[in-house]
Design a protein around this ligand. Sequence first.
Ligand code: PLP
Length: 742
Amino acid sequence: MTSRPKAIYLDANATTQVLPQAAQAAMLAMQDMYGNPSSSHITGLQAKALMEDTRKAAKQCLGSGNGRLVFTSGATEGIQTAILSALVAARNQGGAAGGLLLYGATEHKAVPESLKHWNQVLGLNAEVMAIPVDKEGRLDLAFIADKAADALMICTMAVNNETGVFQDLKALEHAIRSHNPGVFWMVDCVQALGKIDLDLAHTSIDYAPFSGHKLYAPKGIGMLYIRESAPFTPFIAGGGQEGGLRSGTENLPAMAALKVVLDMLNGKGDTQFADKATLSAYRLRLIAALEQAFGRIVLNHGLENSVPTTLNFAVPGFSSKEIMDLFDAANIRVSSGSACSSKVTGSFVLDAMGLPRWQSESAIRLSFGPAMTEAQLVEACAAIKAAAGALQHSCLLSAESSDSNLTKAPLQGLLQLKSDGACCWLYVEPGSRATVIVDPLPELMDRLLQIVNCQQLPVVAVLDTHGHGDHQSCRTALCQALGLEFDCDHLGWPQDKGASLPLGDASLIRLDTPGHTADSRAYLLKDGGGAQQFAFVGDTVLPGSLGRSNFACSDTGLLYDSLKQLHSTLGETSVLLSSHDYHNDFFTNFAAEIQQNPLLAGLLAGRISREEFILRKDNLDSRLEDQVGEVLMCGAYDQCQQAQSVVEYRGQNLDDLLARDPEALLLDIREPHEYQLSHRQERCINVPLSRLAGFVAENAADYDRMLILICRSGSRSLVAARALKRLGYHNVAHVNGGYALG
Ligand code: PLP
């Protein structure tokens, strides 16, 4: 593999590297100060002194006055302890049933989940209720004022982990205490440590959890501040350590490391953290670099009410997953608000703030700590520029947005674009570059425009395979935006071309396939020699199912006829490109469908009559509503699909395999911009997942060839390998853990 450069780590809100001097202190504690603080001999006394020095430093840093400070394993334990303590006290005071447990809608999941957990375990029967936030992420103080009187506990956070938004703790305190002076109040201060000044004893905060690993100390150490008057129930009972508040032998090495960080915060360290003005300037420079690189970014929070070390933004037209993959390839580690699954999900924090859905689905969080240096910042800005340059190179980003002089990688063959479960296809005939776009989706309109304009593709047709019931086509709008005027029918087929549209040497053949809708049709691509390459089949055949035929414009009998005709025209191994891909199968062929769909298999083998097909298909479609949830699904599943098992390789095993089998093809299925940016296996060829259909169409007969798929983390390569196996490539494997673990 080409060598891997050092990562540019911009994910400090998730966790931080341990500062070298803190790591050194931990090592010293392990090697020299290894005593048990409960032992009465000298080694134990030394350990205890170190522990108490750490506590002293923490108390000074947090301004905890007469409050107690207990060491924990981290903030999640601190949160449990605080909530358990408050709820036990609330129960003992009586009247807990029907009371409210309030928490901020943007709280870390540890808070609402712990509230629900202890509410249930203790049998309180209180109502767990979210406090809304406004567009800026600020808690609704009027809501708090209204509900506080009935609250048993109120949980808020000082600084949000996704947006860096801080709360006005004074105003919050006023809203709470003027309506309920006695309610237990926890403030999650995890992201506040080292970012905002805390003076806990001068507030009426009852509990404040902290976590060491968010600020350069190791994982496994945290702190919980408990107000002098606040009730306490130990979460861990045992040997009576921590004055009986938290049992278990203390994590001294981690405390030693934490002390180094706390000393720095107290201004006593040998080195200094950057001050707020410097950090604010760093953030502004990162914003400028992002704007210069991407043309436009949208900030998901205000800069005035967020700590300077967090930046949450979206790049219009790109999902979180796409930017995450891009940045990872460019060696920049950031985090996304949304879970990176194939089904797009947003950030619950941004959703609670009422931001538009696309911002939530595209959210990227970039965070750093006060140990950030000027040199690291410069490196980060350069890497951001390089990342955007790679997007321009593959024509996914307009080149005007930066001064990059990168050349463009020419696009040819098939490109699959997806939005949720729907697919749109773009085909560029390699010789002439004549281009057709099939089933354009409004969500992908900007991307299609960008690709066509950047690649200067001569678009000869924009087609729909049918009038879509579940979504709008953007065919007309796209043609308008491209300045194209075709004399065509309502699905975009040129009026003067009969059933065959020339694409350079190749041709696209129109085949009417009514059934799913009355106007359904397939488009079959034949090469210059008349050989069948692949076919756009709309919803007539979907990977794993057949198009539904219970719309008003459907006809199940005609679907039966169309399937027979398609099969006899295309044969079993032609690649079928559908308008939907609900289960990451990407594309299919009749051979794969016959294996998994008894209804289709029976129809094609002549075992199922037209009448019986109508009966069984209508019955299947009538159950569709149960499968769909909120999406209108276009195909009914006959049975649950079994995920294909795939052989996995890694490290030495992969090297051995490649040495053993010189014919084995290693396919790097990352997108071209990722491939261009990052280190890679020397023997691999780049077959991006979005272009896998073209690779299969060209290698349809080569089912015995050993194919090994690799990607960033091993998740795309696994789904793609399963899809290939499903299609009959029985020697397919993938690299478990991808380049991340390679
Ligand atoms: N609270 C906030 C705001 C956090 O950001 C985190 C960690 O992401 C936690 C709580 C949980 O902290 P820990 O990992 O120490 O359990």
